[in-house]
Design a binder for this molecule. Structure first.
Ligand code: IVH
Length: 682
């Protein structure tokens, strides 16, 4: 094999970084990827391998440096180089006209001053500092003059470049923008928190702020924060001429410039030339914004030309050249007429407030979630109470708080039922969990939920079997489990309301069709807690049949890259239940796929010496290539990481092992040879 010189390896690392950075930009900023994920992953791993071997080659802008290895203990306060201002608010179009006229007056002009409209993203303002084109600091807004240094967390945001795409970057440059959480991520976080009995985040903004102040950047990384840039502070001159003529001269140009140097800029901007255009933008987004995957609470209008902005200047707190035009509150008071309790697929009881209908964020809302019994207790909710209800974007309406002063005399407090409203069996409320659960596996609500999940799009995708049909089938005792679907006959279906022979035949055919759906989908469809479609795919790739998965230890399952202990435990427990074993057997007998198409022909062979253990491989091994050794370990159920820590169980040492060996020795990590490894694996 050709031996590369250090210089060659160094230049390979530089080129790899460039390619990976360009790909990230295309993927996260432009949303038009040009490279297969697998290619990206392979190049990323190549860079990682080089950096492990030659730590002196690691640079601050390397994509491998986005996530820290260990949590920070605290965040330090930092002074902003340029203060972060807030914005004046407008609530009516007359406020906007007054503002525009004031600006015209300030500039001694009588014509409309071109203005840029941007969406006001509801997240956390962030200040980024780049020195010589490299991200050196990310800080929260704080009080505007000083904030907290959260660089480690900021680096996890893939749409924030670690190196600017600028040929001759200035010594220092400042970027401002909004970090935010997509609504779907916010909902997933809250759902998880609710299951764990933790306090819920009130909205995506709070969740984003909470995430940014999380001490462990690995956790931040999982939350998939995103960022829209909207301000750039450039030193002048930067551009072509001595006076910096190449610099953006207006907000419109600045937004374009931001995008070319590597930032994600919100595409829903508009350069307006009249009050009417401002109004049109406002009207259009008042409803369209509800379809966006992130939250907006209004629009920001900025006088476009920088020279005009400069002349207008700032007040103590806000720029005179910009204003925020907010959408009306999405919180409204209404009366709670009753509380009903829903039982979900997993048996969780969710209290729901039945409301006097109220118009909120463009829709009439008559029900709102109360989440769980802990939340109910916190609210101290009584029937007849006046409650503040919130509806934001796609978020399920929820009761934010109660106005106890408006409580009717003699109102009764609502308490969670002690018995399941669906099956009448006693419910369970573990001390350390917020959720109350029905644990009767035959509860019709749980059966219905399991079947609805099984037939859903990402699982078996069975057309024609919707919520209504499932309800009827379960209520009339035609089915009591997923497996019963496969015994349904057309005649049986024809006895149901409004189902003719043709439709009944179609349903039977659609159910039969699901028998060819791949093993990963079957696994997902079983509805095991924490096993979403992505996890199901990963697990199915690693456990090519259900027998291997059934017999796997939690450690073996958790040793799969990307699968955490909680998921592993949940799978392990699921397969320990007789009812679930029985279900699998019946589905297997009906011909469903419990065997995957293998990517790798070798069957996984979980080895108790290796499973769940963490290995690092270093140096040149006598017979195996390092990658071969790593594959062997993974194949036997072990985990391979790149750096030695207290958690490492074994360091496999070859010749010319360097700093890793020293570190392992200082931490007391067991060091073994290739031969020892092969013996363990045997
Ligand atoms: S411009 C001096 N543009 O709104 C310029 N702010 O209420 C000040 N925000 O603290 C900011 N989207 O966190 C601007 N497109 C946008 C924005 C935006 C959201 C936030 C920002 C600011 C707050 C002021």
């Amino acid at each position: 094999m050709t031996k590369f010189s250090f210089l060659e390896i160094q230049s390979r690392a530089i080129e790899l970084r460039k390619v990976l950075q360009r790909y990230s930009y295309e993927y996260y900023v432009l949303d038009t990827p040009t490279m297969e994920d697998t290619v990206y992953d392979a190049l990323y791993r190549e860079l990682q391998t080089i950096e492990v071997e030659y730590p002196q080659l690691i640079t601050a802008d390397s994509p491998t440096q986005r996530v820290g290895e260990k949590p920070t203990t605290q965040f330090f306060s930092v002074q902003h180089n340029i203060s972060l201002y807030s914005l004046d608010n407008a609530f009516a179009s007359s406020d906007v006209t007054t503002w525009q006229e004031r600006c015209q007056k300030g500039l001694d002009r009588r014509i409309f001053l071109d203005s840029v409209c941007e969406l006001k993203i509801d997240g956390s303002a962030i200040a980024l500092t780049y020195e010589n084109g490299i991200l050196v600091r990310g800080a929260t807004r704080g009080d505007g003059t000083s904030g907290e240094d959260i660089t480690t967390n900021i680096k996890t945001i893939r749409s924030i470049p670690l190196r600017l795409n600028l040929e001759n970057p200035p010594d220092r440059l400042e970027i401002r923008g909004e970090a935010f959480l997509p609504i779907a991520v916010f909902e997933a976080i809250n759902q998880e928190r609710s299951q764990q009995g933790e306090a819920l985040f009130a909205n995506p903004r709070n969740a984003a702020a909470g995430t940014l102040r999380q001490l462990d950047s690995r956790k931040v990384d999982k939350r998939r924060l995103d960022f829209f840039a909207y301000t750039i502070h450039l030193p002048s001159p930067l551009g072509r001429g001595a006076g910096g003529e190449g610099n953006p001269q207006s907000q419109w140009q600045a937004l374009e410039f931001l995008q070319t140097i590597g930032f994600r800029v919100n595409p829903n901007k508009k350069l307006c030339k009249s009050i009417q255009e401002l109004q049109d933008y406002y009207d259009y987004w008042s409803t369209e914004r509800l379809k966006l995957p992130y939250m907006t609470d209004g629009m920001v209008i900025k006088i476009n030309t920088f020279s005009q902005q400069e002349q207008l200047g700032f007040t103590q707190r806000t720029p005179r050249w910009a204003i925020a035009w907010k959408y009306p509150a999405e919180e409204m008071p209404t009366i709670i007429e009753a509380v009903t309790v829903q039982v979900g697929r997993t048996g969780t009881l969710t209290p729901v407030a039945e409301l006097r209908p109220v118009l909120l964020a463009g829709t009439t809302v008559s029900r709102a979630t109360l989440h769980n019994s802990d939340r109910l207790a916190e609210l101290d909710l009584h029937i007849g109470d006046t409650a503040i209800v919130r509806k934001a974007g796609e978020i399920i309406p929820e009761v934010v708080r109660i106005l106890p002063e408006l409580r009717p005399y003699g109102a009764t407090r609502f308490v969670m039922p002690t018995h399941c409203p669906e099956c009448g069996q006693p419910v369970l409320k573990p001390e350390n969990e917020a959720a109350t659960r029905c644990i009767n596996l035959e509860c019709p609500a749980i059966v219905r939920g399991a079947i609805e999940y099984w037939v859903s799009r990402d699982a078996m995708d069975i057309n024609g079997v919707g919520e209504k049909l499932v309800k009827q089938l379960v209520t009339e005792n035609h089915i009591t489990s997923i497996a019963d679907l496969y015994d349904l006959t057309s005649e049986q279906l024809q006895t149901l309301d409004r189902l003719g022979q043709k439709s009944a035949d179609k349903v039977v055919a659609a159910i039969a069709q699901s028998k060819i759906k791949p093993w990963a989908r079957v696994l997902y469809g079983l509805g095991i807690r924490h096993v979403g479609s992505v996890n199901a795919q990963t697990i199915a790739d690693n456990f090519p049949n259900v027998e291997l998965l059934t017999n796997a230890s939690p450690e073996a399952i958790a040793s799969i890259f990307g699968i955490g202990e909680e998921i592993a435990q949940s799978i392990y427990e699921w397969f320990r239940k007789d009812a679930n074993q029985n279900l699998v057997q019946r589905l297997q007998a009906s011909g469903l796929q419990f065997v995957g198409e293998k990517k790798d022909n070798r069957a996984i062979a979980i080895n108790p010496n290796i499973a769940g253990k963490i290995f690092v491989v270093t140096g040149t091994l006598p017979t195996l290539k390092r990658d071969e050794a790593k594959d062997l370990i993974k194949f036997a159920g072990g985990k391979v990481t790149d750096s030695v820590s207290k958690k490492t169980n074994y360091l496999v040492v070859g010749e010319e092992a360097g700093s890793k060996l020293e570190k392992a020795q200082s931490l007391g990590v067991e060091c073994i040879s290739e031969e020892d490894l092969l013996n363990l694996i045997k």
